[in-house]
Design a binder for this molecule. Structure first.
Ligand code: ATP
Ligand code: LTN
Length: 334
């Protein structure tokens, strides 16, 4: 039997090349080696207010982007988190075994809560819901970007705590980071992670940006005061551009050195921009094709749910049983 993989992306904001290189591309690469569940985590998105009509549209947009990026729905299940009720149910069970101190240490909570006027409890509970997403499917491998490593450690801690309190119930998952592109930085500020929720047109390249806009954003990217590429002394802006090129092209370190050493920044940016335009073009064409048939998308999401629901329900039943909660048909008393 193939090992199971689970990952998710929030249907909030516009997907950018950081999401693609950090997560989606890796999903596509590994999907034939594992049994994969890819989740549109709308319950996570509402941890900060989302206008309902926009959220509804973003969920469909994200599903279409998964497909356009190359997720094969015959092989992998694409599911909307709120459509599978067991996510929310398991999250509550796990909340009850998670010490508040663990959640207080989460850096994403600290950064995101600083930006809010009122901080909802959901933002605090966010990582427990994420643990539920993963543990629900007994996923062994979770392909994400580097910013999620801390949440994955917490997921392992929660799984182990549950297992030690109630008996072996959950698989303890491993984090799977891409070799190149695990942390793409903002093009306007290479000291901050490229993020969907950041403001400003120079920050990110969106997966659906047109070629003129992609070129403009990359040509304006922050670099440093060196005249050209020097791998020894380069600053974070130049390193980020090289990482973007390497992740899209698949070039080796030695190829990168040979191609880019000494190149002036204007030329470097042109090379990066052309590579990004070339790689996103087929994805965008596929996106347009998929969104032309809304019925197809509905079918993919329904099939995804139907495939995963029995797995999710079975896990919740076992967890409830282990905790001593009421289940109409007890499974075991081991
Ligand atoms: P937000 O900033 O609104 O939280 P986000 O851009 O971080 O959004 P998520 O939906 O939280 O996007 O993340 C989806 C996936 O993309 C995760 O696996 C995450 O690790 C990855 N990811 C997000 N940003 C980057 C980045 N800058 N570089 C590499 N991977 C990233
Ligand atoms: N928190 C993640 C999104 C996410 C996720 C998951 C990722 C929610 N549930 C389960 C991997 C596995 C983020 O990208 N911000």
């Amino acid at each position: 039997m193939k090992a199971r993989v689970l990952s998710g992306i929030q249907p909030s904001g516009n997907l950018h090349i950081g999401n693609y290189l950090g997560a989606l591309l890796n999903w596509v690469r590994i999907q034939s080696d594992y049994e994969c569940v890819f989740c549109i985590v709308d319950l996570h998105a509402i941890t900060v207010y989302q206008p309902p009509a926009e959220l509804r549209a973003k969920i469909r947009e994200l599903a279409a982007l998964f497909l356009a990026a190359g997720i094969d729905p015959r092989q992998s299940s694409i599911v909307v988190q709120s459509d599978v009720h067991a996510h929310a149910e398991l999250a509550w069970l796990l909340t009850c075994v998670t010490p508040m101190g663990w959640l207080s240490r989460m850096t994403q909570f600290k950064t995101k809560s600083e930006k809010q006027e009122t901080v909802g409890d959901g933002l605090y509970q966010y990582p427990v819901l994420m643990a539920a997403d993963i543990l629900l499917y007994q996923a062994q491998i979770v392909p994400v970007g580097d910013d999620q490593s801390q949440h994955l450690e917490l997921t392992r801690d929660i799984a182990q705590r549950f297992n030690s309190l109630y008996g072996d119930t959950f698989a303890v998952p491993q984090t799977h980071l891409p070799q190149v592109g695990a942390r793409i930085m903002g093009l306007d500020d290479p000291t901050a992670k490229m993020s969907k929720s950041a403001e400003g047109s120079g920050h990110a390249v969106g997966l659906l940006d047109d070629p003129a806009r992609i070129r403009k954003t990359i040509m304006r990217a922050t670099t440093d005061s060196n005249p050209g590429v020097d791998f020894e002394t380069m600053g974070p802006g130049v390193a980020n551009l090289l990482t973007i090129y390497q992740a899209f092209s698949g070039a080796s370190d030695s190829e990168m050195l040979a191609e880019f050493t000494g190149l002036r920044y204007g030329d470097l940016k042109k090379r990066v921009a052309e590579m990004v335009v070339e790689k996103l073009e087929p994805l965008q064409a596929e996106y347009r094709r998929i969104t032309a048939d809304p019925g197809y998308l509905d079918g993919v999401l329904r099939e995804g749910r139907e495939r995963v629901e029995p797995i999710a329900d079975a896990t919740v039943r076992v967890a409830k049983e282990r905790m001593g909660l009421y289940t109409a048909k007890p499974i075991s008393h081991g």
